[in-house]
Design a protein around this ligand. Structure first.
Ligand SMILES: Nc1nc2c(c(=O)[nH]1)N[C@H]1C(S)=C(S)[C@@H](COP(=O)(O)OP(=O)(O)OC[C@H]3O[C@@H](n4cnc5c(=O)[nH]c(N)nc54)[C@H](O)[C@@H]3O)O[C@H]1N2
Ligand SMILES: Nc1nc2c(c(=O)[nH]1)N[C@H]1C(S)=C(S)[C@@H](COP(=O)(O)OP(=O)(O)OC[C@H]3O[C@@H](n4cnc5c(=O)[nH]c(N)nc54)[C@H](O)[C@@H]3O)O[C@H]1N2
Ligand code: SF4
Ligand SMILES: [Mo]
Length: 695
């Protein structure tokens, strides 16, 4: 099956919200059709490997259910009943309503809402140009990174790290809180290379036995939200056994003596009771990283999706500063390369016309916002219109009961620009058909690597699909938004952004294919100092001053521990809710994307929750039987599946299924919370206490 064909191949980049941002070669089968998609060999991080769901992208690109025409709602909100209209009618109605709402209620009651359905800079972020030019309501983008990034930056001062390709040169690779086999397959390429070529050990740390743990030499299954305790015990052992690099500590860290003293009580026995690991497992792990200077800590997002997630991320990062791993090739801690690209995005985002003082409402709190929660609305007026691109909040946002209640409001005018009839699209008043990455031009950067890449338009869009950029420029004209970016094509915006960010021209990028933006070894390894004035890694960060651009302090930030620790603010189990539920990603979906493709659906089966067989027996739950998970936020019904690779008291529901896949239409995010984790908000998707019972 799928033997290579002789169709012409064109370079592109995977646009999906994935740290791998793979360099692709797309077969072009004609002016309207792609063939198979391959991983590029010439881009050295992708190294020819991509995930299966994108390899069969033609299935999604040419899917019979793609939205092809603008539509207007004819049934009740959420019914998914629409009638076809023309683009002129659709855009005219949107503009008329937006102008009316602006005049009656104020521009900050119109909320452009977006996320990373496409990671292309032009088509993802261009919506902010409209927002800024019109002074529409601000958007505090928090759902994915706000627990993870600040945790890393708290120590290093900057979001960058050792070249991810150096994983292949490590003697030990620690894959922590990321199910890389499922969510960013290329990590495995480089980690496995280290094992093959150098006999490196692979450690993987998760809360259940994932395919990534199956590949590890040391697989650690911890209780959710306990990674801070694990990291502390590891550092305790390093100090205790003379494995701490005292020279490095003295030269490059802020308060090593205080840390050592503080860790005296954070023994392996202490951590064993919190993590559920044995003392021996903790000792083994500590010894491994303590005796291999070239240990590469590849820190994922998953373990940060806990209410203490930022503290845990910082604690894990700190291990590399105790061993001094940073100083070595193949050593150090890496999370994301966001800070290396120095983009100037003023033309894409209209930053030059942004007015100060406009409220910024929190993406993760969309349910509270739409249902009139005064605090979430920052004491301002209710939201009257939503303009949504590249995201599916009715499925992916926490506190789904409130989200649905909000989207059901008759006085809310909702525009959704989408590729498919998603849970959110169903609630649109006006629904617009969007192009896919093969049908427009865009510019991409790696999160888990260091390449800039170009995704050119390869085929014509089907039906009347229009790109995000086209729609925004058209709307701008109609609502009187003024900015030179609205008169530029996507290609012109790419060229302007590259040039003004000192990355050359579009033409040069087309020629080269990719730009390797890797900083120098010394820079990437912080050998000239960590990114603070004194150059010292912070074991004791000032959380409220972590340089996380635009971060709004919230939650119990003043109670955050000053040094790495187990911070007991997670939703611990209670007698009423005796289980901890995580909603870890499914391998064949990407958030709610690919839930529309048949092959992904078939591989995933149906919504299930993994439960330890002993727990199941105690709660008289049979394998394969329908169960209801309940907490204070709501109830979700799905199928129980016995699984012994999980701690007792922990449940995992691999997600995100469309709400329509559940018997009563209630999706998994009915159970997740939109309270404010410290320091800067976000959503603790894997931190939920629940009860479980047969239906
Ligand atoms: N197939 C697939 N790929 C994806 C996605 C997807 O949904 N599906 N999503 C994309 C997006 S938007 C992102 S941000 C990335 C995220 O990708 P990752 O960085 O991998 O983060 P998560 O997928 O949230 O979680 C990773 C693992 O962390 C585990 N975990 C949860 N809580 C804890 C904990 O307290 N401690 C530890 N040690 N582990 C814990 C989960 O069980 C999960 O297996 O992946 C991207 N790629
Ligand atoms: N329970 C639970 N919930 C989660 C998570 C979890 O682990 N568990 N993960 C969270 C994370 S990390 C994230 S990042 C969010 C992600 O949540 P979202 O950002 O909503 O991501 P997707 O669900 O993939 O939805 C993206 C949508 O954008 C559309 N799209 C793609 N390209 C384009 C385009 O060019 N133009 C337009 N107009 N539309 C386009 C796709 O068709 C798709 O419906 O979900 C969060 N929600
Ligand atoms: S691994 Fe991630 S970036 Fe690579 S092709 Fe798959 S979804 Fe796209
Ligand atoms: Mo994400």
């Amino acid at each position: 099956m799928n033997a290579p064909t002789s169709l012409p191949r064109r370079r592109s980049v995977c646009p999906h919200d994935c740290p791998s941002a793979c360099a692709l070669e797309v077969e072009v089968a004609g002016p309207d059709r792609i063939g198979r998609v391959y991983g590029s060999q010439e881009q050295s991080y992708t190294a020819g490997v991509i995930c299966a769901k994108v390899a069969r992208y033609a299935e999604r690109n040419h899917h019979p259910d793609r939205l092809l025409y603008p539509m207007k709602r004819v049934g009740p909100k959420g019914s998914g009943q629409f009638t076809r209209i023309s683009w002129e009618e659709a855009m005219n109605e949107i503009a008329t309503r937006f102008l009316e709402i602006e005049k009656t209620y104020g521009a900050d009651t119109i909320w452009p809402y977006y996320y990373a359905g496409t990671m292309g800079l032009v088509h993802r972020d261009g919506i902010n140009r409209l927002r800024n030019a019109k002074s529409y309501c601000g958007f505090y983008s928090s759902i994915c990174i706000n627990l993870a990034w600040p945790g890393y930056i708290a120590g290093t001062g900057k979001l960058q790290g050792p070249d991810p390709r150096e994983m292949a040169k490590a003697d030990c690779v620690v894959i922590w809180g990321t199910n890389a086999v499922a969510t960013q397959v290329n990590v495995m390429t480089h980690a496995v290379r280290a094992r093959k070529e150098r006999g490196a050990k692979i450690v993987a740390i998760d809360i259940y036995r994932t395919p990534t743990l199956d590949q590890a030499d040391l697989a650690l299954i911890v209780k959710p939200g306990s990674d801070g305790a694990l990291a502390c015990a590891v550092m305790h052992v390093l100090f205790r056994d003379g494995l701490a690099d005292r020279e490095f500590l003295a030269a490059h860290t802020d308060c090593p003596e205080r840390l050592e003293e503080h860790l005296k009580t954070r023994t392996p026995a202490w951590a064993a009771s919190i993590t559920g690991l044995s003392v021996e497992e903790i000792e083994t792990f500590a010894k491994l990283v303590g005796t291999h200077k070239k240990t590469y800590f590849r820190l994922g997002y998953g373990f940060s999706r806990q209410r203490n997630g930022a503290v845990n991320m910082h604690a894990a990062t700190s291990i590399a500063s105790v061993t001094g791993a940073w100083a070595h090739e193949g050593g150090g801690a890496f999370h994301n390369n966001g800070a290396i690209y120095h983009w100037r995005k003023s033309m894409i985002e209209g930053l030059d016309v942004a007015k100060p003082g406009i409220r910024k409402l929190d993406q993760s709190k969309i349910g509270r916002i739409l249902t009139g929660d005064a605090e979430a609305l920052k004491q301002g007026a209710p939201i009257k219109a939503l303009f949504i691109q590249s995201t599916n909040p009715v499925s992916v946002a926490p506190e789904q009961t409130k989200v649905i209640e909000g989207f059901s409001r008759e006085d809310l005018f909702t525009v959704v620009h989408e590729q498919f009839m998603t849970d959110t699209a169903r609630y649109a008043d006006i629904l617009l058909p969007a192009t896919m990455f093969t049908e427009h031009h865009d510019l991409y950067q790696g999160g888990g690597h260091q390449y800039i890449g170009l995704g050119p338009k390869l085929i014509n869009p089907p039906g009347e699909c229009r790109s995000n950029h086209e729609v925004i420029c058209d709307l701008a004209k109609r609502v009187g938004a003024d900015h030179p970016g609205f008169a530029m094509s996507d290609r012109e915006l790419i060229d302007w952004t590259l040039q003004n960010s000192n990355w050359g021209t579009l033409e040069e990028l087309e020629e080269k294919g990719y730009i390797d933006a890797q900083p120098s070894f010394d820079d990437a390894h912080f050998r000239k100092g960590f990114a603070w004035k004194d150059g010292k890694y912070r074991f004791a960060p000032e959380w409220s001053r972590v340089p996380f651009a635009g971060g709004q302090a919230m939650g119990p930030i003043d109670d955050m521990p000053t040094l790495p620790d187990h911070w007991a603010v997670i939703e611990d189990a209670t007698s009423a809710y005796p289980f901890r539920l995580a909603t870890s990603p499914a391998r064949n979906y990407l958030n709610s994307t690919f839930t529309e493709t048949k092959t992904s659906r078939e591989r995933e089966g149906e919504p299930t929750v993994l439960i330890h067989p002993d727990d199941a027996q105690t709660h008289t739950i049979k394998d394969g039987e329908r169960v209801t998970l309940t907490n204070d936020r709501g109830a979700v019904t799905l199928k129980a599946k016995y699984f012994d690779g999980i701690k007792r008291g922990v449940l995992v529901a691999e997600s995100i299924w469309p709400n329509t896949a559940y018997v009563d239409g209630k999706g998994i995010n009915t159970l997740t919370g939109a309270d404010s984790p410290a320091p800067f908000g976000g959503a603790a998707f894997h931190d939920n206490r629940v009860a479980i019972a047969p239906v």
